[in-house]
Design a protein around this ligand. Structure first.
Ligand SMILES: O=C(O)CCC(=O)C(=O)O
Ligand SMILES: [Fe+2]
Length: 129
């Protein structure tokens, strides 16, 4: 999954339940805030914008909110295994250990979003009938 932001519609909170396999969610600075623009306009790579990763373990609930929601992009590399280490910053909250390599399997993610603006519009449209 390419780095993206979930956008203003669901702000400030999106939650995800991971079932089956774990995955690793990577966070990036957006292009406009990544680095000061160089005069020669060399494109900034994804690697340069990379900030940190979170391990999402099976049966975990991940809550994306506030600063991490608003100011960073998130994405998932299509890797088949994950060598945990310095880049995964939530390992002290996980069952997995820093020196482990985890094989990725099939993962089902249930994402729960609250969309108050769509609800208001639906009610408004309903009133006219
Ligand atoms: O599967 C996930 O944990 C992330 C899904 C996601 O980023 C999205 O649906 O916007
Ligand atoms: Fe997302």
């Amino acid at each position: 999954m390419q780095p993206h932001e979930d956008g203003p519609l669901y702000y400030p909170t999106v939650t995800t339940i991971s079932l089956g396999s774990h995955t690793v969610l990577d966070f990036y600075l957006p292009l406009d805030r990544g680095h000061a623009e160089e005069e020669d306009q060399v494109p900034i790579t994804e690697e340069q914008r990379y900030v940190l990763s979170l391990l999402l373990e099976p049966r975990s609930l991940f809550i994306l909110r506030e600063d991490l929601y608003k100011n960073y992009l998130h994405g998932i590399h299509p890797y088949t295994e994950d060598k945990l280490g310095n880049r995964v910053v939530n390992l002290e909250k996980c069952v997995a250990q820093t020196d482990e390599t985890l094989d990725r399997g099939t993962r089902v993610s249930l994402t729960i979003r609250y969309v108050p603006k769509v609800l208001k519009t639906a009610l408004f449209l309903g009133k006219g009938k």
